[in-house]
Design a protein around this ligand. Sequence first.
Ligand code: 13P
Length: 265
Amino acid sequence: MTAARHRRRPLVSGNWKMHHDHLQSIRTIQDLGLRLTAADVGPLDVSVHPPFTDLRSVQTVLEDRAIPVALGAQHCYSEDEGPFTGEVAPPMLARLGVSYVIVGHSERRQFFAMTDEQVAATLRAVLRHGMTPIVCVGETEEEREMGETEARLTAQATAALKGLPEEQTAALVLAYEPIWAIGTGATATGEDAESACAHIRGVVAELAGADAAQAVRIQYGGSVRPENTAELMGQRDVDGLLVGGASLDAAVLAAIIREAGPAGR
Ligand code: 13P
């Protein structure tokens, strides 16, 4: 939309959450591969984030068919190895060809008690292994009603990024995911998404300087659909989308990607 935006390549990510076993994931990624043309993905990056059990299968299909989609994970632990039953380590994901890891999704924070400290440690572990963290922040409905959205975003982004070197900050991805919009069908308006993403960019500027703030990509997530993609992507500070439910169907995800490319210029 503006000249400044040209420096940031949009990223559309499909977070499949706890949906699709590995056979369903194989079918979905094959379907997506057939639908996407080089022109569709020319203007942006795309990632899919299947459950851990599906990563190897999806990676094989992406590689075998040269599908221009990056592999992503939904979470990982902050340590490289050790007695942490049930957890998955960042180097394990790196070995599988994972490029992006969602860190601190609100569902991890809400249902699995992930703390700001764990988010900060995990995103650093992801960076150490050469992958890109997608660090999620977002306010609850109550916080929004109390007028505390910006304070919440400042607190979460600061806790996650404080002390991180400028180049590492510039290279990561942030996702603004208002909790009241996740899985509810209630999407933030373009204006709301812009105001929150611009605020987050301001926080990054305070923490890591203006250059890092200009470079960092900020996604919006929460009930994204093909119908609201153009409005969201038309905002100056919205550099991509983190899509949940609508990303489970390859046709719908492909439609979002096709809308997002031209709208994000
Ligand atoms: P929905 O798109 O289903 O609202 O989920 C958003 C989300 O949490 C993506 O990480």
